[in-house]
Design a protein. Structure first.
Length: 346
């Protein structure tokens, strides 16, 4: 797979931007279908008194739906977030966020006018202190509940169309695990029926912009949690690598000495619990992942299905992908052979 974000090495799961602001996760907001929180700076919804934004009807795409999803009105993710909220903050200028209280990515300052460039670095080029700080940030995020967001533990129908809110707390790190799961999960059709041939974040044109926004949001939450405004996610340059160069206790955890599917007890990640790893169980119960612990991280690099992924990509693979000038083609799904997006996605 040509796109491999370092963050996903830690959560061996089948993890939409499906965030639910804590301030709007209540019966009043769900029944009114409005999520326009006040900005602390002036106390007005969306910071309207300070010209930061205003509460507006959401804008939905008018493009026709593709043939991959032959349903309408059965999945909460359709025309997101209209099932839950159809009025949200529409921010002006470089402001963004649930109440227009933040700056768009790449901007800072009181009025969000100062351009800010941050650089993501090769993880092997970090100093020991920088690497240790990165690992400490991850561990902190895994163990601190998100103050801004909660997750849904039921569908809108199961919430009785908003009159019975079903939300729960989640850690800053696991929020993003859950969001990835929520975007990729199967559609629950009722009874024992599910629609598996759907994914709102993969195998389609939105793959790249969805994951770029996902990682930017994850960086932003780590920055806010730690107060380190310059934090960026390091990357692992896996081109031509013969094995998992970060799978050791100095970085993302080595192998357990007696069980190769577990992480070494010397790694801080050996104490982590995974979530959202049992899609068939959720499907059979017609429920959503509730973010309860489901066991330790399991990883066994080198013993994967080599018929599907024979090796890590080479430099030549990457260069070939970069020669493809058509972003998307044909069916605009995983069968869109030799489009840039489909080849990059693997």
């Amino acid at each position: 797979m040509l796109l491999f974000a370092l963050g996903f090495l830690l959560v061996i799961l089948q993890p939409s931007t499906g965030q639910f602001p804590r301030v709007c996760a209540n019966m009043q907001s769900l029944l009114s279908k409005e999520c326009c929180p006040p900005w602390d700076g002036d106390g007005s919804p969306c910071g309207e008194l300070s010209s930061r934004g205003s509460c507006q009807n959401i804008l939905l795409s008018q493009a026709p739906l593709g043939p991959q999803f032959p349903f309408s009105g059965v999945d909460d993710r359709e025309d997101w977030p209209s099932v839950f909220y159809n009025r949200t903050c529409r921010c002006e200028g470089n402001f963004m966020g649930i109440n227009c209280g933040e700056c768009k990515f790449g901007f800072s300052g009181l009025n969000c006018t100062e351009r800010q460039v941050r650089t993501r670095r090769n993880i092997f080029q970090l100093t020991t202190s920088e690497k240790n700080k990165f690992l400490a940030y991850l561990n902190l995020a895994k163990n601190v509940p998100s103050q801004e967001y909660v997750i849904a533990t039921g569908t809108y129908t199961q919430m009785n169309n908003g009159s019975n809110p079903m939300f729960t707390d989640i850690s800053v790190y696991d929020l993003f695990v859950w969001m990835h799961y929520y975007a990729a999960r199967d559609t629950l059709l009722g009874g024992s029926n599910v629609w598996r041939d759907i994914d709102f974040a993969h195998e389609a044109p939105g793959f790249l912009p969805w994951h770029r926004a996902f990682l930017l949001m994850w960086e932003r939450q780590i920055q806010k949690l730690t107060g380190d405004e310059n934090f960026t996610i390091p990357y692992w340059d896996w081109r031509d690598a013969e094995d998992c160069g970060v799978c050791n206790d100095e970085y993302m955890g080595g192998r357990h000495p007696t069980n190769p599917t577990l992480l070494s007890p010397a790694s801080i990640f050996s104490s982590w619990q995974v979530i959202c790893t049992r899609p068939e169980e959720y499907n059979s119960q017609q429920t959503l992942c509730s973010a309860t612990d489901e066991g330790p991280i399991r990883r066994n690099p080198g013993n994967h299905d080599k018929s599907r992924t024979p090796r890590l990509p080479s430099s030549a693979d990457v260069e070939f992908c970069l020669t493809l000038t058509q972003y998307e083609s044909g069916t605009m799904d995983k069968k869109a052979n030799f489009s840039f997006r489909n080849t990059l996605e693997g």
